[in-house]
Design a protein around this ligand. Structure first.
Ligand code: S3P
Length: 437
């Protein structure tokens, strides 16, 4: 068996200074997808050089798109236009990335060639019917493995328009269908049950593609084209979240996270922490390419438990591992409901976090759709991240409030979303050593 990375994190610490976390993962995927099917050359700054966004990049190279090698977050894509993608000779490997797999399903269902999408063990156990079913309604030829999972086999077909009320608030499903709808002769609508991230809509508009957004409904007519543009990708609030929580729970902390995306559909973590009593300021707010950006200053303040408002759940969906640590350090009880989607992320994040909290001696009660956490002293011990990047980073941050060392197993996948996490954590005051076991 091959060795895997472990993080050994010493207890206590204070977070100080300024830092910029890597580029937004959701926007990085979309920038490659849209740059590839645009007319002209798209220049990107701030691209996330992580394994997930590289999976998307490699897939488009395999379909004949010329993309320069990313260097310090810069790259260029020579767009091939709406119908210029070529049939890949091998299955496209989406690695650990649900976003890559689900968004590409929509785009590829509309192409004139066949292809197969595969993923790692975690991705191959995640639900894909949520995209195959509406795509089939559009006429797509798409086959899943038994149980509704990857590998996904897609054959060419002429798609028709859809009017779809999404049963789950999922930006991946919405984006998948919008990408398919680009190729349809007619008008499609996609309605989400609750607001979820809108990067696809904003970026389509940035590429000059017309669409209409009214409330939770997006209306789009197929057949227009995307025009290449320059994209400046902000730092990922989902990566910043670990340090936001870290500074909230480590006495004496004063940390500024630079140039972070604060799109209102992503800002749940800030809203929830502020409701818990956090001292967070959004400085230098401005817009870059339609996306809101700010420097986020966070200083230590004692937190208290809250009932997390259900409307904040999709706006903070990737930040709950970090928020569970905030809840463990808060005075009183924090309750989360309406978050069953956490069970089908890179791991079952409710169970993975509950198991880790149990190791640290934090009182909690698991519910089918959430958790109840009672703030308490944080102990130490050995925690299995279940190969989930965000579980590994959340427990690294927990050490700031722990009274003993925390060792986290199976941390290689941190590189999917946050290359350089260990070094950045060390640079701002976390005593984290990388080892193997
Ligand atoms: C993403 C949407 C969310 C999120 C994921 C990225 C996206 O997934 O959890 O990390 O880029 O569209 P769901 O659409 O499944 O909620």
């Amino acid at each position: 068996m091959s060795l895997k990375q472990t993080f050994q994190v010493a207890p206590k610490g204070t977070l100080q200074g300024n830092m910029r976390v890597p580029g937004d993962k959701s926007i990085s995927h979309r920038s490659i997808i849209m740059g590839a099917i645009a007319e002209g050359t798209t220049h990107i700054e701030g691209f996330l050089e992580g394994e997930d966004s590289f999976a998307t990049l490699k897939a488009f190279r395999a379909m004949g798109v010329k993309i320069t090698e990313p260097h310090n977050g810069s790259l260029s894509i020579q767009g091939v236009g709406m119908s210029g993608l070529q049939e890949p000779t091998q299955p496209l490997d989406m690695g650990n990335s649900g976003t890559a797999m689900r968004l590409l399903c929509g785009l590829l269902a509309a192409q004139k060639f066949s292809c197969v999408l595969v993923g790692d063990e975690s991705l191959s156990s995640r639900p894909m019917k949520r995209v195959s079913e509406p795509l089939r309604t559009m006429g797509a030829k798409i086959e899943l493995e038994d149980g509704g999972m990857a590998p996904i086999r897609i054959s060419p077909s002429q798609l028709t328009a859809i009017n779809y009320d999404m049963p789950v608030a999922s930006a991946q499903v919405k984006s998948c269908l919008l990408l398919a709808a680009l190729y349809v002769d007619g008008v499609s609508t996609v309605t989400e049950p609750a607001v979820c991230r809108n990067h696809t809509e904003l970026m389509l508009q940035g590429f000059g593609y017309p669409l209409e957004i009214v409330g939770n409904k997006v209306t789009i007519r197929g057949g227009a084209s995307l025009k290449a543009c320059d994209i400046d990708i902000p730092a990922d609030i989902s990566s910043a979240a670990f340090f936001l929580v870290g500074a909230c729970i480590a006495p004496g902390s004063d940390l500024t996270l630079k140039h972070v995306g604060i799109n209102p559909t992503r800002i749940g973590v800030v809203n929830i922490l502020q409701a818990m009593g956090a001292n967070i300021e959004l400085l230098k707010q401005h817009e870059v390419g339609g996306e809101a950006v700010a420097d986020i200053r966070v200083r230590y303040a004692p937190l208290h438990g809250i009932d997390i408002p259900v409307d904040q759940v999709p706006l903070a969906i990737d930040e709950f591992p970090a928020l569970f640590i905030a809840a463990a350090c808060a005075e009183g009880i924090t309750t989360l409901s309406g978050a069953e989607e956490l069970r089908v992320k890179e791991s079952d994040r409710i169970q993975a976090m509950a198991d880790g909290l149990a190791t640290l001696g934090v009182k909690h009660e698991v519910k089918p759709d959430g958790i109840i956490i009672t703030g308490s002293a944080i102990g130490g011990g050995v925690i299995d991240s279940k190969g989930d990047h965000r579980i590994a980073m959340a427990f690294s941050i927990a050490a700031l409030a722990a009274d003993r060392e925390i060792t986290i197993l199976d941390c290689d996948n941190v590189a999917t979303s946050f290359p350089g996490f260990a070094e950045l954590a060390q640079s701002c005051g976390i005593d984290l050593r990388v080892g193997t076991s």
